[in-house]
Design a protein around this ligand. Structure first.
Ligand code: GRG
Length: 281
C-alpha cells in the first residue's frame, strides 16, 4: 500500500509542501487496521491481492488520516501529538493542515477511479466510502460527539455516535471486500453487521485506552476524555463495565464471522485473529 501512496504523490507537478504535509501524516506509523481488514477479508474470500485492491485499501486509509488531521485541530480536539509525533498543524500550521486534510478526503476518489476493477464495482465502492465518511457517517458522528461534550449522554446516544464516527469507517473494509468478491446482498448485509460490531468495539477500546494506557502506548496524550469530562463507556459504565461492553461487541463480531463462514467460502481465521487482538482483559 505504501507503494500506492508513493506513486500517487510522486508526480513532480504536485505542490511540494502540500505533498510533504500529506506524507507526514500518512507515513507516521498508523496501525492501518482498516486496510488490513479489507485485504484480509478479500484473501479470506480466496481473492489474490492486486494493485487495485491496494488502491481501495489506500483510499480508506487516506480518508481516515484526513479525519485524524482535522480531529486534532484547535477547533476540534486540539491535540499536540498523534501517533507519537507532533500533529500535522503543529508542524505545518493550521491552514496547511486543513488543506492536507481536504486533499486526503478527495484524493481517494481519484485513486478509486483508477483502480483496475469493474466500473460497477468502482461505483459501489465510491458510494460506500462517501456514505461511511460524510454526512451519513463519520462527519455526522463527529458533530454529535462535539454536541455531546456539553451533556451526559445515555449509552444509546453513545452507541449512535460510535456507529457514525468510528463504525462506518470500520464497516467499509468488510462491505468493500464483499462488493469486490461479488457476494450477494445477504452476505454484504452480514459483513456490514460484522463491521458495525467491530466499530463499536474499536471506539470502546479507544476510550478504555484513554484512561489506562501511556503516551508511549497510544502515541497521543492520554486522559483527555476525563479532563474534558466527556461521556464515554468508561464514564457511563465504569472501567469494568466498559471492558464488559468491549467483550460483548467482540463476541458479536466473532459470531458474525462464523455465520458468514457457514454461508460462504470465507476462511475467516486471520480476520478472527485481528478481532481477538482488540480484546483487553
Ligand atoms: C475530514 C473526513 C473528515 C472528517 C472530519 C474530525 C472528524 C470529521 C472526524 C473524527 C473522527 C474520528 C477521529 C474518529 C475516531 C476514530 C478512531 C478511534 C480513530 C483512531 O483510529 P486508529 O486507532 O488510529 O486506527 P491509527 O493512528 O492507528 O491510524
Amino acid at each position: 500500500m505504501t507503494a500506492v501512496f508513493d506513486t500517487f504523490y510522486a508526480d513532480d507537478t504536485l505542490v511540494d509542501h502540500l505533498t510533504k504535509s500529506i506524507q507526514y501524516s500518512i507515513q507516521s506509523g498508523g496501525k492501518r487496521i482498516r486496510p488490513l481488514f479489507l485485504l484480509e477479508t478479500l484473501q479470506a474470500f480466496g481473492i489474490p491481492i492486486s494493485e487495485a485492491h491496494f488502491k481501495v485499501a489506500a483510499a480508506v486509509e487516506l480518508i481516515h488520516t484526513s479525519s485524524l488531521i482535522h480531529d486534532d485541530l484547535p477547533a476540534m480536539d486540539n491535540d499536540d501529538f498523534r501517533r507519537g509525533q507532533l500533529t500535522n498543524h503543529k508542524v505545518y500550521g493550521e491552514a496547511q493542515a486543513i488543506l492536507a486534510g481536504d486533499a486526503l478526503l478527495l484524493d481517494p476518489y481519484l485513486l478509486l477511479s483508477s483502480a483496475d476493477l469493474n466500473a460497477s464495482v468502482i461505483v459501489a465502492l465510491v458510494a460506500e466510502l462517501a456514505y461511511a465518511s460524510g454526512s451519513h457517517g463519520m462527519v455526522a458522528g463527529q458533530v454529535l460527539d462535539m454536541d455531546g461534550e456539553q451533556h451526559t449522554l445515555t449509552v444509546d446516544q453513545l452507541k449512535k455516535i460510535h456507529a457514525l464516527k468510528t463504525g462506518r469507517m470500520l464497516t467499509f473494509p468488510f462491505v468493500a471486500a464483499g462488493i469486490i468478491a461479488e457476494q450477494d446482498d445477504e452476505i454484504v448485509a452480514l459483513l456490514r453487521q460484522l463491521g458495525e460490531a467491530v466499530g463499536q468495539a474499536f471506539q470502546i477500546r479507544d476510550d478504555i485506552l484513554d484512561v489506562t494506557a501511556t503516551f508511549e502506548e497510544i502515541g497521543k496524550t492520554p486522559g483527555k476524555d476525563v479532563v474534558a469530562d466527556k461521556s464515554t463507556y468508561v464514564k457511563l459504565l465504569g472501567l469494568d463495565g466498559a471492558k464488559q461492553a468491549l467483550t460483548e461487541y467482540l463476541d458479536i463480531a466473532s459470531q458474525m464471522l462464523t455465520e458468514i463462514e457457514h454461508k460462504t467460502q470465507l476462511q475467516g481465521e486471520p480476520i478472527l485473529k485481528q478481532i481477538e487482538r482488540l480484546r483487553i482483559d
